[in-house]
Design a protein around this ligand. Structure first.
Ligand SMILES: *Cc1c(COP(=O)(O)O)cnc(C)c1O
Length: 376
């Protein structure tokens, strides 16, 4: 069954429009693979619209498969999950617009606080107790309270709890070597996390939910698991440590919009950077860099058409790519798979990341807004 979420981009056209299909069964399979690696609570991180796969779709699939918590980076994202009917605990930790204390309390959304300043603001705004996770910088210098300021943060938290403004629910850190399958690389962060947690317990707070690991830590290093692991990339099939074969959770398809046979010597695309050395057939596919196709691609890059991999030739345009299909001419309307979990001739997200010299995360979060979304 395919559920169409957004109106067709070209309802008068007979061609299948560029579509990103999210595969909830794959999300579920990935939650089960994480479950096999840890006994800790699983938080499904669905920031950035579920890594481009649809936050609500991914959240529902993950919760149905056993994830107990949800994680996002701003309160508005959490409110959207509540409005979609998700009732499990939700944590919002970055809050670039500031953590809205009233919204958080009203929707029972936990917020992470990583500085004395943030906590002061939250306390000033709170009318009902807000559930707080204290965020310690475990070695990234990218958010979280510096170790030197932790004691002061705890003193302020103590006053705020006594005053009924907040509840301390958890303590979090983040692994700076989140993509390495290496306990030695994680040891310093684990130690800081333990020390930070112990200070919170000594200050009289507890019980505490302690959480440090993201996907790679959860899959490769049990010393990082504590009470909960936060899984984002892993939900959609990306293991940053590249040690566990997870299942890709989306399929990006389009169709051939134009085909032509061309003679040897034909220059393709802007700048004529690619000249065909033999007579061949070219297929134009109606997606380009505005749809998330990386403009920098290695010569290996290709797409699946008719069950075979065919190379992308010439520069990626804003709205088009050109594919060299050799002897075969594919008629207008032929289905093209840009990526998917299918294997064989179908490229994976990881293939695209390699061709573009990036990480798979940027591929899946970069699919443009005019690509239609559907659910498998
Ligand atoms: C994004 C994020 C995660 C999830 O990381 P993945 O490697 O995608 O699983 C976990 N924790 C924090 C603080 C994050 O920002």
């Amino acid at each position: 069954m395919t559920v169409v979420l957004t109106p067709a981009r070209a309802t008068l056209s007979a061609l299948p429009v560029p579509t990103l299909q999210t595969i909830p069964d794959a999300v579920a399979a990935n939650v089960h693979l994480v479950r096999a690696a840890t006994a800790s609570i699983i938080m499904a991180v669905v920031k950035a619209d579920g890594y481009g796969h649809g936050a609500v779709t991914v959240a529902r699939a993950a919760v149905d498969a056993g994830a107990e918590w949800l994680g996002v980076t701003e309160v508005a994202e959490a409110v959207a999950l509540r409005e979609a009917g998700l009732t499990v605990p939700i944590l919002s930790w970055l809050n670039p617009a500031g953590a809205d204390a009233l919204l958080a309390a009203a929707h029972r959304i936990d917020v992470a606080v990583g500085s004395v300043e943030e906590l002061r603001q939250l306390v000033a705004d709170a009318e009902q107790p807000v559930r707080v996770h204290l965020h310690l910088d475990t070695g990234m210098a990218r958010g979280g309270c510096a170790v030197e300021d932790w004691a002061e943060l705890l003193r302020l938290a103590r006053r705020a709890v006594t005053g009924g403004r907040i509840e301390i629910v958890g303590v979090m850190g983040h692994l700076p070597r989140a993509d390495e399958a290496d306990p030695v690389a994680n040891a310093a962060a684990v130690l800081r996390m333990r020390q930070g947690r112990d200070a919170v317990l000594r200050a009289g707070f507890g019980p505490l939910l302690v959480h440090l690991a993201a996907t790679a830590g959860a899959l490769t290093d049990p010393t990082t698991h504590f009470g909960m692991v936060r899984i984002g990339a892993g939900l959609v099939g990306i293991d940053p440590s590249e040690t566990v074969a997870l299942v890709g959770a989306s399929r990006f398809t389009a169709s051939v919009v134009h085909s032509a046979g061309v003679p040897a010597g034909t220059a393709v695309g802007y700048g004529g950077t690619c000249v065909m050395t033999r007579a061949t057939h070219l297929s134009v596919v109606g997606v380009g860099y505005a749809d998330g196709i990386p403009r920098q691609l290695s010569a290996e890059a290709g797409v699946e058409i008719g069950g075979r991999r065919h190379p992308i030739v010439g520069r990626v345009s804003m709205d088009q790519i050109v594919v060299d299909t050799g002897e075969v001419s594919f008629p207008r309307g032929t289905a093209v798979t840009l990526y998917g979990p299918d294997g064989g001739a179908v490229p994976s997200v990881q293939d695209w990341a390699r061709w573009a010299e990036t990480i798979p995360h940027t591929i899946v979060t970069g699919i443009g807004p005019r690509v239609q979304r559907s659910i498998a």
